[in-house]
Design a protein around this ligand. Structure first.
Ligand SMILES: Cc1cc2nc3c(=O)[nH]c(=O)nc-3n(C[C@H](O)[C@H](O)[C@H](O)COP(=O)(O)O)c2cc1C
Length: 415
């Protein structure tokens, strides 16, 4: 472990090992100017760092930087903040005495700088993040730039199933807030459950579409097999051949519907997922900020010499209101996207109906054929199965979409 920054007033610190006490019921906040220079913070912040206000105020925030933190992570953090976005980050901090303190920080831009509220992470995500950070730090030690290592970090998160950083920070924040509430035996509020239901529903929709694509791929060779069969039947195979062409075209359309729905960063699926998770992240950002205000009020607090608790309280309240508003705005996008999906599912249902009539024609032809009826019946069984499961999956997608729609409406109504 190496020290990154010489702490002011830190001539000969006695170094300790282990973790700085930071109770699950505690939280801390800090506020900086536009360059990340600390302007104010709560007393827990100062205690965890082990510094006096004189040494803290005016110092850059990297005064608490721990060598186990990858540069790429701060690159992601600053990119979000500079673009005016809130960001959630697992940060391992270093105290003046050398001990560490993990936090989940929710940092947001203010009118003239940035503000961060930190809670103690207590979910299993932390262990995974610790591993990921270690890999990125190793890559950086081999000369990888922060811009490149931020990409590596994102890829490592993707390999854990988080499609992008928004998805990660939203799920991580919710998981940490929920885990903290559980440890503190606090109830989970209704709106939190609604967001979780919506996030789960969109993931279930993804699963249904993936299964549909899989089913279509497995019958991709059917039209070709029908054509082979038709060619063996010579003249009497004409109708089968025509049906196979029809079938092939419909299958192609259905596959391209599923692909364009679910693949890529700008697919309807990705847009709904991103807007739900963004709404969730913003609503939980407002929640931790309001919790910080509550803690100020319950415990009383001191903040740096130059600012008073009233100023910080007001700022946090303003931030809370802003992020609640932003969460509602994200929900409006969810609303538009789910309406769009509902219409799109109707298109897909039409394809399936078309498929059904083609299949009926195929059945009639099969009954009329004496020798090759069995081969055609086998193909038909495959198609029957694919059609039945597609219909089932489409109904499930409509149901899940309806669930998202209903929860969006309720969240908006109670916002
Ligand atoms: C509001 C805010 C809160 C921050 N909180 C921390 C923190 O808790 N720990 C930390 O190491 N860096 C924090 N940073 C990031 C630091 O400014 C800095 O980018 C980071 O420590 C990396 O330092 P370096 O750029 O000198 O490598 C914060 C920045 C802002 C704007």
């Amino acid at each position: 472990m190496t020290f990154m920054t010489t702490l002011s007033g830190d001539e000969s610190p006695t170094l300790l090992a282990g973790e700085v006490p930071f109770d699950i019921s505690e939280m801390f906040f800090s506020r900086t100017d536009n360059c990340g220079v600390i302007l104010a913070g709560s007393d827990v912040f100062r205690r965890v760092l082990g510094l006096d206000w004189e040494n803290l105020v005016g110092s850059p925030h990297n005064v608490m930087r721990h060598a186990d933190m990858p540069k790429g992570m701060f690159h992601i953090m600053w990119e979000h903040l500079k673009q005016g976005h809130a960001v959630g980050v697992y940060i391992k901090n270093r105290s003046k005495d050398g001990r560490f303190c993990w936090v989940f920080a929710v940092a947001t831009p203010t009118d003239d700088g940035y503000l961060s509220v930190c809670l103690k992470p207590s979910s299993p995500i932390l262990d995974k993040i610790d591993e990921i950070y270690a890999q990125v730090v190793t890559a950086e030690a081999d000369g990888m730039t922060p811009a490149k290592s931020s990409q590596l970090l994102t890829e490592l998160l993707q390999s854990e199933g988080y499609a992008n950083y928004m998805v990660f920070q939203s799920l991580a924040l919710v998981t940490e807030v929920t885990s903290r509430a559980k440890r503190m035996e606090r109830p989970v509020e209704g709106w939190q459950t609604r967001f979780r239901l919506m996030a789960d529903s969109i993931m279930d929709i993804q699963n249904e579409t993936e299964q549909m694509l899989h089913a279509f791929r497995s019958i991709r060779t059917v039209p070709m097999n029908m054509r082979i069969l038709a060619s063996r039947l010579e003249d009497s195979g004409g109708p089968i051949s025509a049906i196979s062409v029809n079938y092939g075209a419909m299958l192609g359309e259905m596959m391209s519907w599923v692909q364009s729905f679910s693949l890529g960063d700008d697919s309807p699926f990705a847009r709904i997922r991103n807007s739900i998770l963004k709404g969730q992240f913003l609503a939980f950002t407002a929640l931790v900020q309001s919790d910080m205000v509550r803690l100020f009020n319950v415990r009383g607090a001191t903040v740096s010499a130059d600012f008073d608790i009233k100023t910080e309280n007001e700022l946090l309240r303003k931030q809370t209101a802003h992020y609640r508003f932003m969460a509602t705005r994200a929900l409006k996008i969810v609303e538009l996207e789910v309406e769009h999906l509902a219409r799109s599912v109707l298109d897909m249902k039409r394809y399936v109906t078309g498929l059904s009539s083609t299949r009926m024609m195929c059945k009639i032809e099969s009954a009329m054929l004496e020798d090759s009826g069995d081969a055609l019946a086998g193909i038909l069984d495959q198609l029957d199965y694919c059609q039945a499961t597609t219909e089932m999956r489409l109904s499930r997608i409509s149901e899940l979409n309806g669930l998202i729609q209903a929860n969006t409406d309720m969240l908006k109504a109670t916002a």
